[in-house]
Design a protein around this ligand. Structure first.
Ligand SMILES: O=C(O)CCC(=O)C(=O)O
Length: 202
């Protein structure tokens, strides 16, 4: 797993947050539920791109439309495509952008692998914004490492780490949360946002 811990400066983070607020105005956050038992996740999500990742009683899936508005997902903004081109691949662009919203203090995300994509050789790029995340990761589910992901950090699942287990144990409040500074109603105070860029199709 590759961590670029102070990758994005404040201006670039602000630009991404503005782009996200536009996406959320068309494609509001919703709460996914776990396959089979249908209990709610401890995060909310939305998507941009051709394919949006969702979870419900029927399982984990990539779908073309928002499950509540039934509209196509908005386009992935250039600010994010640029990061993919810089860190992952110049030609092959991502077709899926998952936006996770972690509210303070009770959000978390269980340990899992990213393996719903058709071609698992493509990398996964993830961007952290706002509150800190205590992030857990590793090759072996029972032997995980822990790292604090601050706003502006990028991490990548690539090559031998593509199928690493990972998850978010908890969120830690920060003194100056850049999302609060931007002052958009769609994001709760002290939240964390994680963006995951992936290529679903071949
Ligand atoms: O929030 C994070 O840092 C990780 C997100 C994640 O693993 C996912 O959405 O699959």
């Amino acid at each position: 797993m590759i961590f670029l811990l102070n990758s994005l400066d404040k201006n670039y983070q602000t630009k991404i947050i503005k782009d996200l607020s536009k996406i959320i105005s068309k494609s509001p956050f919703f709460t996914p539920t776990l396959p089979r038992f249908n209990n709610p996740f401890k995060i909310k999500i939305s998507n941009a791109g051709k394919w949006g990742w969702v979870s419900n009683v029927n399982g984990y899936q990539y779908v073309r439309e928002h499950p509540i508005t039934n509209k196509k997902w908005p386009k992935i903004p250039k600010s994010l495509l640029f990061l993919w081109q810089k860190h992952c691949c110049k030609i092959n662009l991502p077709d899926s952008c998952l936006i996770n919203l972690y509210s303070f203090p009770n959000s978390s995300l269980g340990i899992h692998q990213d393996k719903n994509e058709k071609d698992l050789t493509n990398p996964v790029l993830s961007i952290s914004l706002g509150s800190n995340a205590i992030f857990r990761y590793g090759e072996n589910k029972n032997k995980l490492n822990e790292i604090c992901l601050k706003s502006g950090a990028i991490c990548m699942l690539k090559g031998s780490s593509r199928l690493y287990y990972h998850g978010v144990k908890k969120i830690q409040k920060v003194k100056k949360n850049i999302i609060d500074t931007c002052d958009f109603d769609c994001f709760p105070k002290d939240c964390r946002i994680n963006i995951t860029l992936r290529k679903f199709e071949f």
